[in-house]
Design a protein around this ligand. Structure first.
Ligand code: HEM
Ligand SMILES: *[C@@H]1O[C@H](CO)[C@@H](O)[C@H](O)[C@H]1NC(C)=O
Ligand SMILES: *[C@@H]1O[C@H](CO)[C@@H](O)[C@H](O)[C@H]1NC(C)=O
Length: 219
């Protein structure tokens, strides 16, 4: 199962030894959607990179729910790729994506209650794909999705948890080289990841004054 257990350990060592170079969130101005994203790139294997981008509205009242747009790029060999809004597997919104036989991107909203079962469907976080930022080509797949319910959620202890719209959030990914058993369905079963890792993502560089207009324009 743990195909890249070794590679994962090496990646962790690299990240630890070059923490300043690796730990940077940069601004990405997306020509496809017009949104400004806070971008973080991270390797899951030597030479294989995942890109995670988050766009948020400006002037979010602190400690309230707000919508966000997530843009993710993965090499086409990914069986499935998970993004954890709360930086852990259990109790936070998970965005899990894969391709339907290399044709289109399938995005699934999940939440895990333990480390033993396949994360269940999460109706508290709803995604809408923005077509302009979503495609599959020979080398990569990319999706862009508007989320309601990803930034303010009930954690595994039942307590409300927030992501800081103007600050740094501890996020996580999970990568699997194995495809879901029923790739055309967003409720497909999954098998365990080969690699997981965490990073600190600074949302302050992904601010959008015209967030609602841009989401509407791209929906
Ligand atoms: C069949 C599905 C899954 C199984 C059986 C599973 C199982 C596990 C287990 C046993 C661990 C702890 C041991 C370790 O670190 O290797 C773990 C950790 C982790 N998993 Fe999963 N997992 C599944 C799906 C997912 C999905 C869809 C995500 C989405 C992001 C995810 C994210 C993580 C993360 C971030 C960790 C690191 C430690 C933590 O935050 O708990 N997992 N998983
Ligand atoms: C699957 O897609 C449908 C239609 O877009 C959506 O209503 C549903 O919430 C999605 N389910 C999951 C688990 O993401
Ligand atoms: C394929 O998609 C990726 C991700 O969007 C992009 O970086 C790359 O340039 C694309 N390749 C081609 C040949 O268009």
């Amino acid at each position: 199962m743990r195909l890249w257990g070794l590679a994962s350990a090496c990646v962790a060592a690299i990240l630890c030894s070059t923490a300043s170079a690796a730990g940077t969130t940069t601004t990405y101005r997306d020509p496809d959607t017009g949104l400004v994203f806070a971008e973080y790139a991270i390797q899951y294997q030597i030479g294989r990179t995942l890109v995670f981008r988050v766009a948020v509205p400006t002037q979010v009242q602190s400690l309230t729910a707000y919508d966000a747009v997530l843009q993710v790029i993965a090499p086409i060999d990914a069986g499935w790729l998970g993004f954890a809004w709360g930086g852990r597997m259990i109790g936070d919104p998970l965005a899990v994506a894969w391709t339907n036989n290399g044709q289109s991107v399938v995005l699934s909203s999940r939440r895990a209650t333990d480390h033993a079962s396949v994360p269940g469907i999460n109706t508290a976080a709803q995604y809408t794909i923005l077509k302009a930022g979503t495609h599959v080509n020979r080398t990569h797949f990319q999706y862009t999705a508007h989320c309601t319910g990803c930034t303010y959620y009930s954690n595994s202890a039942g307590a409300k948890t927030w992501l800081y719209s103007t600050g740094t959030n501890h996020l996580a990914f999970a990568y699997s080289g194995t495809r879901p058993s029923n790739p055309s369905s967003n409720s497909s079963s999954l098998t365990i990841h080969d690699v997981t890792n965490n990073w600190d993502h600074d949302f302050s560089v992904g601010q959008n004054a015209n967030f609602a207009d841009l989401v509407a324009k791209n929906s």
